[in-house]
Write a protein that binds this ligand. Structure first.
Ligand code: AMP
Ligand code: MG
Length: 323
């Protein structure tokens, strides 16, 4: 079915008519629908098999549009938006009436982002509405960082895919909420905690855990998120660990290991390069002939913090006794 990929003009038409289209952003590919159209939102949940308790992020393409979707903008949020928009930063703010409950899973707040990707901006502008867009993958699977990734998983289930090449950041946006005195990072992402702190002075970081009783307060809060089919182990291997044949290794820099590197996230040890490669490598090695994926430790700094967060969710807790 793909290629040919959908043009931004066709994508905007489809979106205006209530359809859903995968679009490139600088973080990962999003599955977009008109954020004001509850029927389009329902299609997003259905295609992704996403439970209705997991709210969506609404994307805008101009700072002025923020007041259409958010009813109150605290001073700190304004400062963060001025500093890092357009970019991989999502702000959780009280919602306006125009945003359907389905977009926010019944929460009084809406998650909003102004992406920097020129094609994402172009599509939002042409569609003339904000676009709700969670990552364009099946629920709990690895997020797509190329149009091909989207086509493999959702090609038959959605109305179009716009190709914008590989995503530059490669992990999802940083989500910040303002429900407490100090801004809270609900999910680490492309904008680092230091970058947030520089603007807000103080921050707290929410330990992300599933909230079994209500809507998810943040993303990928499910512990089993981003998990490939082939078991992925992240952490120090126990002494005398029995590794199956078909063990593959995602290396970072030049760390020593008994297993030769299969792929290297960044030869030069650059966490940004590692983030941009991470999901594509996880997908590449998620093949039946592989029995175990090992990933080298990534430094917990900069966007490496987001990589560690995702890898911990993707990983099995301990090695099985036998494979
Ligand atoms: P995804 O794009 O698939 O990573 O999903 C977007 C994430 O944003 C979801 O997993 C939500 O948990 C999070 N999110 C959306 N709206 C809110 C909100 N009002 N409060 C907190 N988190 C939110
Ligand atoms: Mg997702």
């Amino acid at each position: 079915m793909y290629p040919p990929w959908t043009t931004p003009e066709d994508a905007a038409r489809i979106l205006q008519n209530g359809g859903i289209v995968a679009i490139p952003t600088e973080t990962v590919y999003g599955l977009a629908g008109n954020a004001y159209d509850a029927k389009a939102l329902a299609k997003i949940f259905e295609a992704k098999k996403r439970p209705h308790f997991d709210p969506l992020i609404v994307h805008i393409a101009a700072l002025e549009e923020l007041s259409h979707v958010a009813s109150e903008i605290p001073e700190m949020a304004k400062k963060l938006a001025e500093a890092y928009w357009p970019g991989p930063l999502t702000l959780v703010l009280p919602k306006t009436e125009r945003i359907p409950e389905l977009a926010t899973s019944g929460l009084p707040t809406v998650a909003v982002r102004f992406p920097s990707h020129p094609i994402a901006q172009q599509i939002i502008r042409l569609a003339k509405v904000p676009l709700a867009a969670p990552s364009a993958n099946l629920f709990q699977h690895v997020s797509p960082t190329s149009a091909e990734h989207v086509a493999e998983q959702l090609g038959e289930l959605i109305d179009g895919i716009v190709d914008g090449g590989p995503c530059g950041v490669g992990v999802e946006s940083t989500i910040v909420a303002f429900t407490e005195k100090t801004p809270v990072i609900l999910r680490p992402g492309g904008i680092t905690p230091e970058m947030i702190q520089k603007v807000t002075g103080s921050i707290s970081i929410r330990e992300s855990k599933s909230n079994p009783k209500g809507p998810m307060l943040a993303p990928g809060m499910i512990d089993r998120h981003y998990r490939p089919q082939v078991p992925l182990f992240y952490g120090e291997l126990p002494q005398n660990a029995k590794l199956p044949s078909g063990t593959v290794r995602i290396a970072f820099g030049h760390q020593t290991s008994a297993i030769p590197p299969t792929l290297n996230l960044s030869e030069s040890g650059d966490v940004k390069e590692a983030a941009a490669n991470l999901y594509a490598f996880m997908r590449l090695l998620d093949k039946a002939e592989n029995r175990l994926i090992l990933v080298d430790p990534i430094p917990n700094e900069g966007v490496g913090i987001a990589c560690n967060d995702r890898l911990k969710r993707a990983a099995i807790r301990q090695l099985p006794e036998s494979f």
